[in-house]
Design a protein. Structure first.
Lengths: 189, 189
DNA sequence: ATCCATGATGTCAGTAACTGTCAACGCCTA
DNA sequence: TAGGCGTTGACAGTTACTGACATCATGGAT
C-alpha cells in the first residue's frame, strides 16, 4: 500500500456530501471536508476548483453520455427528437446510480442557492455542447440553441420530479412524459 | 446638499461596470469599485450581497414586469402565449434602456463564468415566478414549469442575439421570432 | 430651539475561500 | 541505484464577505 489511502477524490466527495447533508453547505468548511477525508484543505482545492464543484464530480461523464446520445440519434430525427436521444442516455446513466444518493445530493443542492446556481451552470454547459452537436447535424441557429435548451429544461423538470419524490416512476418514464408535455405546451397544434 | 453624494447605489453600479469592462471581473476588487464611487468597501456590501450582484440591480424590476405581463395576458391564452405576454413586457423595458449600456454589460457577463452563472440564476428566478403565475391561472404541473422555463429560454436566446449584435433588429422583433422558432422546433406539426 | 429616533456611512477586526510556492515522499523506469 | 513524475503537506498571502460599534446628517417630537 502506498503512502496515502487511494481515491482521495472519491473520499472528498463522500465526506462533502455527508457534511453538507448534516450541517448544511454554509456551515461546512473545506478544511472540515478535507479532515474527514484524511487530507488537507490544500488538497481539496487541488481536486475541486471550489466548494461547490465537489458535488458535481460526475457531470463531465454525464455530459459525454448526453452528447453521444444526441449524436447517435437517427439522421431523420428532428432537433428535439435527437435531444430526446441524449436525455434517454442520461436517464440510463442516472438510473444505474443509487437512487438514495441521488436524492440526498438533490436535497443538499435545492437547500442552497449557490449550489442551485452551479447546477444551472452545468445544465447550461450541457445545452451548449448539445447545441454544437445539433449544428453539426445541420440544424441552424437559433433552432439549435432553442432545442438544446428546451431539452435541458425537460431534463431539469424530470430529474426534479424524480429526485424529489414527486413522481415515483423510473427516470426514463418521467423524462419521456416531460418531453411529451413540453411538445404539447409548445406545439399549439 | 447632504453629508454624502446622492445615489450611492447607482454610483457603485456605474463604477463596477466601468472597472469590470476595463480590467475584467476577476482583476477588480470590491474596494476599488467603492473607491471609484467615493465610498468604502463595507458600504459596497451593504448595497449588494456580493461582487456579482452589482451588475443585476435592475433584475427585480424586470421580474415584476414579466410577471405583470404574464398575469395580464388574456385568460383564453394558452400557457406559452401568456408567457409571451411577459416577454413582450420585458422587451419593452429593455428597449427603453440605452442599448450601448446593455451591450457593455452583456460583454462583461459573457466574459466571466461566475457572472454567466448568476445570470442563469436570475433567469431561473424569473421562471419560478412565472410558473407561479401560470399555476394561479389554472395551469397544472409540469406544464407550468415547462412553459415558464421554455419562455426564459426564448428570452435568453433573444437577448443574446440582440445584445451581441447577431441580430440588429429591435428586441421585441427578435423575441417574437425566437418564440416562433421554439414553437416550430417543439411543435412537430 | 433642543432632543432624539432613524438611516446611511466609516472603521476595524475577524472568518474562510482560494492561490502560489516549495519541500517531502512514494512510484516507475532506465 | 539514480532520476523523473505525480500527489500531498506546509505555509504565507490575497480578498470576498460579515459583525459590531461609532459617527454624522436629517426630520420629527417636545
Amino acid at each position: 500500500m502506498g503512502r496515502w489511502q487511494p481515491d482521495s477524490r472519491g473520499r472528498l466527495q463522500e465526506a462533502a456530501l455527508a457534511l453538507y447533508s448534516e450541517h448544511g453547505f454554509d456551515q461546512t468548511t473545506a478544511a472540515q471536508i478535507a479532515a474527514r477525508a484524511g487530507l488537507t484543505e490544500r488538497t481539496f482545492f487541488r481536486h475541486f476548483a471550489d466548494k461547490r464543484e465537489v458535488l458535481f464530480g460526475g457531470s463531465a461523464l454525464l455530459q459525454e453520455r448526453i452528447v453521444a446520445g444526441v449524436a447517435g440519434a437517427p439522421p431523420t430525427d428532428g432537433p428535439l427528437d435527437a435531444v430526446g436521444g441524449g436525455l434517454a442516455a442520461a436517464s440510463d446513466m442516472l438510473g444505474e446510480f443509487r437512487r438514495d444518493l441521488s436524492r440526498q445530493r438533490h436535497a443538499v443542492i435545492v437547500a442552497n442557492p449557490e449550489l442551485r446556481e452551479r447546477e444551472l451552470a452545468k445544465l447550461a454547459d450541457y445545452a451548449e455542447s448539445v447545441a454544437t452537436v445539433l449544428r453539426d447535424r445541420g440544424v441552424g441557429e437559433p433552432q439549435a440553441s432553442l432545442a438544446a435548451d428546451a431539452g435541458m429544461t425537460v431534463f431539469r423538470v424530470a430529474v426534479e420530479r424524480w429526485a424529489s419524490g414527486t413522481d415515483d416512476r423510473a427516470l426514463d418514464a418521467v423524462m419521456r412524459d416531460a418531453m411529451a408535455e413540453l411538445r404539447a405546451v409548445a406545439g399549439g397544434c
